[in-house]
Design a protein around this ligand. Structure first.
Ligand SMILES: [Zn+2]
Ligand SMILES: [Zn+2]
Length: 346
């Protein structure tokens, strides 16, 4: 038995009380002392770029920004011959319930990501963000490109997955060419659809701003002879092949990027709200040109990506939008890339 525990119980309690009083006094003094580390709330993020190697290619993901995604007005679901119906009518509460499973609630910030590929001899940008078409939330791509160590005049080519404002707007914010040496390429199908005034008149009003944004963004490149729509069936550059994936837009494209046996699919607008569309890939979007086709494309590419294990570069999954798809017991999951710090300096 120790000397301490041999003390009478009353003495031990008195000693404990003395320690408590001293601690309380110290705390009171600490709280009364002004903190020397007080600082204003900063409210900014680190520059929005993230790099990884894909074989011999260096991929730099560039954030264009995030915006409150209009979950309750834009998510839809195809119902028989009624076509796409707002999800909130088909399945009231489903969007909120699925968001809650991911600890999210409306408004959810949606990422806009673009991908710069350094092939070793060329710089190729896939999608370009919204430029000035989405307001102050977005249009940060050029700043992030510069933070990542490049200048816009170094970009050789820009491949667009499709001609929606948040993919094409960054090539010409306020109508001015941002990439003076770049050739801009998109599928012939999307170019033919979105640059045709008759299609604009026939399209839902929701899409009118897209048509106008396309014309304003592409005009300087068309005038400079630097707009070259592509046909499918061949590489656009060694290791980069476009794949037709119609539905979200008539000429929506994936780009399969391959180097030294490693593959990454830049899949554009397959997913807008990951927390909802991985558990339920049948959820479509009011902006889909053909929602039924878009749903089929999503289910097909989820299965293919899970089966074959290639990387995904996603335009609207939380920045940097790099990861893999997995499948288990008929459900799909997104596995985000494991963060890697900078490579050791040579
Ligand atoms: Zn889109
Ligand atoms: Zn988009």
């Amino acid at each position: 038995m120790s000397a301490r525990s041999a003390l009478p119980v009353r003495s031990r309690l008195l000693a404990l009380a003395a320690v408590c009083l001293t601690t309380a006094a110290t705390l009171t003094m600490t709280m009364a002392t002004p903190s020397l580390a007080a600082a204003p709330i900063v409210g900014t993020q680190a520059p929005g770029f993230y790099r990884m190697m894909l074989g011999g290619f260096e991929i730099t993901v560039l954030s264009d920004g995030t915006h409150p995604f209009p979950v309750h007005t834009v998510l839809t679901q195809v119902v028989g011959n009624k076509g796409a119906v707002p999800l909130d009518q088909v399945a009231p509460g489903e969007a909120d319930a699925l968001l809650a499973e991911s600890r999210l609630a409306v408004p959810v910030q949606g990422s806009i990501n673009a991908f710069l590929i350094n092939t070793g001899s060329r710089l190729i940008l896939i999608d370009s963000g919204a430029g000035s078409l989405y307001g102050d939330c977005c249009g940060h791509l050029i700043d992030n490109l510069k933070s990542a160590g490049y200048s816009p005049d170094q970009v050789d080519e820009i491949y667009l997955t499709h001609l929606h404002a948040d993919h094409v707007g960054g090539i010409a914010p306020n109508g001015k060419m941002a990439f003076p040496n770049a050739v801009v390429r998109v599928s012939e199908v999307d170019a033919d659809y979105w640059l045709n005034d008759k299609n604009e008149q026939a399209a839902p009003k929701l899409l009118n701003s897209m048509f106008e944004g396309d014309k304003a963004s592409l005009r300087p490149y068309i005038e400079a002879g630097k707009f070259k729509p592509f046909a499918y069936g061949q590489e656009l550059s060694p290791g980069i092949t476009p794949i037709a994936s119609p539905g979200h837009t008539p000429g929506h494209s994936f780009f399969m990027v391959e180097s030294e046996g490693q593959k990454m699919l830049m899949w554009g607008d397959v997913v807008h709200v990951a927390a909802v569309q991985f558990p339920n890939p049948s959820v479509t979007l009011a902006y889909d040109s053909d929602a039924q086709m878009a749903e089929k494309e999503r289910e097909m590419i989820f299965s293919d990506a899970a089966r074959n294990g290639y990387w995904i570069g996603a335009a609207h999954i939380s920045f940097p939008g790099l990861g893999h798809v997995s499948a288990s017991q008929g459900h799909f999951f997104w596995i985000p890339a494991n963060y890697e710090g900078p490579a050791a300096k040579p």
